[in-house]
Design a binder for this molecule. Structure first.
Ligand code: NOJ
Ligand code: CA
Length: 664
């Protein structure tokens, strides 16, 4: 009631301020994207985005709502400051190690009739816009109850998104008119006219995640994941919200090539990053999802000493840096029950010390796995002791998981969740541990600031193929334009046993997560290989059982692949239809292409290769003479940057290529 009265009084007082309405704008360095901030009726701030002189986002409401404090209306602009930047920065790993940050900045200070002041900071890049609220007050703390930020599309278009859910991102994509979307999580990707765009957020700390909730046919308001009592965030008197971002591109692949999200994050807080290294890995993992192994101790236990040694030997022999064992620690009996895991004590049949020693002798990195089941209080009570132990054992990589509801009515994506995930990142940095987070909070570019935050799941990964209808080729052609815009994903690609022949031959196969008898991989084998290039992750898994790789000619691709790339470019693609990506690591290049359910032939100029160098192109392609998804062919050819590659793909197919300079 008090809040409403305050807002009413503010609105009345604001009437006097309307005549002072300002129109302040900032334009991208290339002059194409113009963002204007104005004050509308009732002193409500608004933001508009025009591209090439045409409105993309019409004047849309801004503001926040807090108990006892009006941060939404009665405002007038009291000052505008401007800044600009054009600098190049480097990161220890990433799609591109060298990134240019070129933007124009405008900071608009607003004050309302109650004396409340905030700054709206806007950054205009050639590839989009970021804006955030900065609030500074003498008050000790405040309870944020809503955010009014709205994106009002000037015209309808087509969109790709997952539904809004505060606990999971493992949802199918929906392709629907913008006007038909009720609620969506971000990245929210769209095509309006001949323009592509994606709404997301950058630098999400100590604040809930943002969804988009439809207000009227073309307007979407920021909806924040609530705490159990309905409050959205408990904040200190001074706070800065995450950036609200809009990436804009002329071509769909332009969104993938944008560095906007990283540019809106702060430089690394980790001074010595020498221990942070991209790697390929294998592990005891797929067997559990297929139902031929289990996480708990017993005859089907996957993480045994013997199995561990076998995996370490395989990794050492195949130029793979890491090995992961799920189910190594006690407590898996409690998964789905009281969610109490032991993060230090191994099962009796997993000789952790011996395995760590053996891995070190073989030059292979041993990974740890912490499934928390969502039991945050228990994990927080034990994680430091666990990380200390891993550091003692020489372990530098940890996969975490949150498969289970949080206790106390908290959701994964609330401020509580965001704070927890961040505590883990910072603690891991202290112990020189790289993270791969499953059931995570969405990536918002914090990997720039915390480069030990390597990769995360946060979408339907490979596991869904083991026990559900699976991920279609169309899904895989949508992923790069939606989820992957936010950052790396541990999809765990590369299954070769497409029809699960080995699992089907096992009479004791378990149905641990629903009927798995009709499950299979929904793409061709060549597409499975291509996904290692398409789905960027600095920790990239060869996810199949190692016995399916042993002696397989196509496994050479993974042996040759380098997860530590220097440069990347998405070359061509349309959302949900097809995609071609190239990466360079040192002197070698890798290319991955994929199509949806339709067979497709693409011409791909190789102009990205170094001019004047001849390369051996080793091409892993679909075999057009067979309809089996396992059918593939490997071909070798000499090429230069002046050549073009004809990529022929079967339905749900793909193509992967390694380019190695010819030594003459
Ligand atoms: C879900 C994760 O995504 C998967 O990779 C893991 O194997 C299971 N949880 C068990 O932790
Ligand atoms: Ca998962």
């Amino acid at each position: 009631m008090k809040k409403n009265l305050l807002r009413f009084a503010a609105a009345a007082a604001a009437m006097a301020l309307i005549s002072c309405s300002n129109d302040n704008s900032v334009t991208s360095p290339d002059g194409r994207i113009r963002t204007s901030v104005s004050i509308g009726d009732g002193g409500v701030p608004a933001l508009q985005i025009d591209v090439d002189g045409k409105t993309l986002i019409s004047a849309s409401e801004l503001g926040l709502e807090a108990d006892g404090l009006n941060l939404a209306s009665g405002f007038a602009v009291t000052g505008v400051t401007r800044d600009r930047r054009d600098e190049t920065w480097t990161q220890p790993w990433g799609e591109n190690k060298v990134i240019r940050d070129r933007h124009e900045e405008m900071a608009v200070t607003m004050r309302n009739s109650e004396g409340v002041t905030f700054v709206l900071r806007v950054r205009a890049f050639d590839d989009g816009v970021g804006f955030r609220y900065e609030y500074d007050t003498p008050a000790d703390s405040l309870r944020l109850t809503d955010e009014h930020t709205t994106f009002r599309f000037a015209q309808d278009g087509l969109s790709w998104s997952i539904d809004g859910n505060y606990d999971t991102y493992e949802l199918p994509y929906r392709e629907q008119p913008v006007s038909a979307v009720e609620r969506a999580n971000t990245p929210f990707t769209f095509r309006v006219g001949d323009r592509y765009g994606s709404i997301h957020e950058a630098a999400l700390y100590d604040y809930p995640e943002m969804h988009l909730l439809r207000q009227d046919s073309l307007a979407f308001k920021a909806e924040l994941a609530p705490l159990p009592d309905g409050v959205k965030a408990r904040l200190a008197g001074s706070f800065t919200t995450p950036w609200r971002t809009l990436q804009i591109a002329d071509r769909a692949v332009g969104l993938i090539n944008s560095s906007l999200i990283l540019n809106l994050n702060e430089p690394s807080k980790i001074a010595d990053t020498s221990w942070i290294r991209p790697q390929k890995y294998v592990g005891v993992w797929w067997g559990m999802h297929l139902g031929t192994q289990v996480w708990t101790m017993g005859p089907r236990h996957g993480a045994t000493t013997e199995n561990a040694i076998r995996h370490i030997d395989f990794a050492a022999a195949n130029d793979i840096q890491g090995v992961l064992f799920e189910g190594w620690n006690r407590g898996w009996e409690n998964w789905g029950g009281n969610q109490q895991f032991d993060y230090v004590e191994p099962y009796a049949d997993f000789d952790l010390e011996r395995i760590a020693r053996y891995a070190a002798e073989k030059g292979v990195e041993l990974w740890m796995h912490n499934e928390t089941g969502g039991n945050i209080p228990d994990y927080e009570a034990h994680m430091e002791q666990a990380m200390q132990r891993y550091a003692e054992l020489g372990i530098h990589t940890l996969k975490t998981g949150y498969a289970g509801g949080f206790k106390g009515g908290y959701s994964h994506h609330s401020q509580y969740g965001v704070q927890h995930y961040q505590r883990v990142v910072e603690l891991a940095a202290k112990y020189h541990i790289m993270l791969d987070v499953h059931e995570p909070i969405k990536e918002t570019g914090i990997r720039r600031t915390w480069p030990n935050m390597m990769t995360r799941e946060g979408a339907r990964g490979m596991e869904w193929n083991a026990w559900s209808e699976g991920n279609s080729a169309e899904y895989l052609c949508t992923l790069p334009f939606v989820r992957l815009l936010s950052g790396p994903m541990d999809y765990t690609p590369g299954i070769f046993d497409i029809y699960y022949d080995r699992a089907k031959a096992d009479p004791g196969r378990i149905q641990w997560n629903g009927d798995n008898t009709h499950c299979s991989i929904k793409t061709t084998l060549a597409r499975q290989i291509a996904n290692w290039v398409i789905i960027y992750s600095p920790l990239q898994m060869a996810a199949d059982l190692i016995e399916n790789y042993e002696g397989h000619p196509a496994f050479r691709f993974f042996r040759d692949f380098d997860a530590d790339c220097d440069w990347s470019e998405a070359l061509q693609g349309e959302i949900g239809d097809y995609i071609v990506v190239a990466r360079r690591a040192g002197e070698r290049f890798f290319l991955g292409a994929g199509t949806n359910a339709e067979a497709r032939t693409l011409e791909q100029p190789l102009g990205f290769l170094k001019p004047g160098v001849t390369y051996t192109a080793r091409i892993y392609a679909d075999d057009p003479s067979s309809t089996l998804r396992t059918a593939y062919r490997i071909e070798e050819r000499r090429v230069t940057a002046a050549d073009s590659l004809r990529i022929e793909m079967a339905p749900a197919g793909g193509c992967a290529v390694t380019f190695e300079p010819v030594q003459e």
